[in-house]
Design a protein around this ligand. Structure first.
Ligand code: DLL
Length: 434
């Protein structure tokens, strides 16, 4: 039987859910107009007053908020409450420019923990579970976000943070850890070190994991599930909007339920910014309707996905987002072909002999883009005859060509030569920008 953390909310009829959303949206708009000069000015520039928003569809009329808005108002300019009501800040470093700072009131932390508790329930945890949180603790939202959720949920929390992998494994074995929260790339790293330490998955008591913070393919899921003997769930979130647990998969693994009583999701066309037709893929835009510290109106996440509003077999009515393929700003354009690193990963991992350790190197030679995929292959493959290797290279390239429409230079490297991740893996080296 399906278990829920908050059944009335998670299975609420959509009509009722929309009524809840509208009520909270109207309050949020009034709030930001009154308390955040940035929003007031943006709305005035569009000739809009809070009273102009009457239905959920009117939301599309409001201006989009971007990471640049957070940078322009750095550090606390978009906060809607006095600093004495803020109890925590987090920050995301980002690759360019200043970091963005986010703030939470006590109620925000509680709402976040509640979302996380719903996710843990979907991952099959209960109060007797032992949850190792191996996301980084600190300004990154992964560690503390998962931690407060696990405590509220009532499971035993093991606040391991990331890194020191051998110690992670010792704790997992000694404490009988049942659930692991970390990035999917770190989960694989843990699986590898487990083997190096002379253990097998049978030495663990692990049942499931909540893996997110970076895109990962279903091939990667299969790899993690096999190597750790668990069920792997996808968890999504971003610091600007809250942190982990904005959305999470149920046991049907058919999209991630977005907690729509707290977040309104829209999909817009990445080029025009206009809402797309139902079910189409585009840019995920999120409006927070419960947050007090940093309410965000129509935040452009840059994550590419589609939404499905059908009631799920699990009974939850909250919309499901498709597994995020990647960020629009991480999309590679190789000789005119648009491709996400996660799509390359899917192709690679559909080939049995390929290990899930790879790196994508993009360069420009004589004005033409070059794509090189460095792949680790097993020791035995490596010492195989040249013909075998050539055939293997051809197999990968044929698959890349037929699925993605691009060809790549394949470079095989010895096992353990590609750096292992403890957090978000860096898959792409784009030398074109340098
Ligand atoms: O990564 C929050 C988080 C922590 C989510 C732990 C899940 C688990 P940021 O550092 O702000 O926050 O990065 C947010 O990471 O916009 C996505 O591009 C990407 N991302 C997060 N979860 C997923 C996922 C955290 N499940 C950015 N699949 C987001 C694909 C993801 N991408």
């Amino acid at each position: 039987m399906e278990r829920y953390w908050n059944k009335p909310i998670e299975t609420m009829e959509r009509e009722q859910l929309r009524a809840v959303q509208l009520e909270k949206l109207l309050a949020t708009i009034q709030n930001v107009y009154a308390n955040v000069p940035h929003y007031r000015e943006k709305m005035r520039a569009k000739g809009m007053l809070p009273g102009d928003i009457k239905t959920l569809d009117n939301l599309h009329d409001l201006p989009i908020t971007t990471k640049q808005d957070l940078r322009d108002t750095y550090p606390f300019g978009l906060f809607a409450v006095p600093m004495e009501d803020i109890v925590r800040i987090h920050a995301s470093s980002g690759t360019t420019g200043k970091q963005t700072v986010v703030g939470y009131t006590r109620n925000d932390i509680d709402m976040w923990a509640d979302c996380m508790a719903r996710c843990l329930t979907m991952a099959g945890a209960d109060r007797s579970s032992r949850v190792q949180v191996a996301y980084g603790y600190g300004l990154f939202t992964g560690g503390l976000g998962a931690h407060y959720g696990t405590e509220k949920f009532g499971a035993v929390t093991v606040p391991a943070s990331s890194g020191n992998t051998q110690r992670q494994i010792t704790m997992m074995i000694d404490f009988g850890v049942t659930h692991l929260c970390c990035t999917p790339s770190y989960a694989l790293n843990i699986a590898e070190v487990l083997q190096e330490m002379g253990y097998t998955k049978d030495d663990l008591n692990l049942k499931a994991g909540c893996f997110g913070a970076e895109p990962w393919s279903d091939g990667m899921r299969a790899e993690i599930e096999n190597r750790l003997g668990i069920r792997a769930y996808d968890i999504y979130g971003l610091s600007e909007v809250m942190g982990p647990a904005v959305a999470h998969e149920c046991g049907h693994h058919n999209g991630l339920h977005i907690w729509e009583d707290n977040f309104i999701a829209e999909i817009t066309d990445p080029d025009t910014g206009m809402p797309v037709r139902d079910g189409q893929t585009g840019d995920l835009v999120v409006t927070t309707i419960s947050k007090e510290g940093l309410p965000l109106i129509r935040y452009k996440t840059r994550d590419i996905c589609a939404l499905n509003y059908e009631t799920c077999e699990c009974g939850r009515t909250h919309a499901r987002m498709s597994k995020p393929a990647g960020r629009s700003d991480d999309m590679l354009i190789i000789r005119g072909v648009n491709v996400f690193p996660s799509q390359i990963e899917s192709v690679l991992l559909s080939i049995e002999e390929v290990l899930p350790h790879y790196q994508i190197v993009v360069d420009r030679v004589n004005n033409a883009d070059t794509l090189t995929v460095e792949i680790e292959i097993s020791e035995t493959m490596f010492t195989d005859d040249v013909k075998g290797i050539e055939g293997f290279e051809k197999k990968i390239n044929n698959r890349m060509n037929s699925v993605l429409g691009i060809s790549a230079k394949i470079r095989f490297v010895e096992p353990k030569t590609i750096a292992r991740s403890e957090g978000k893996a860096k898959r792409v080296i784009d030398n074109r920008k340098i």
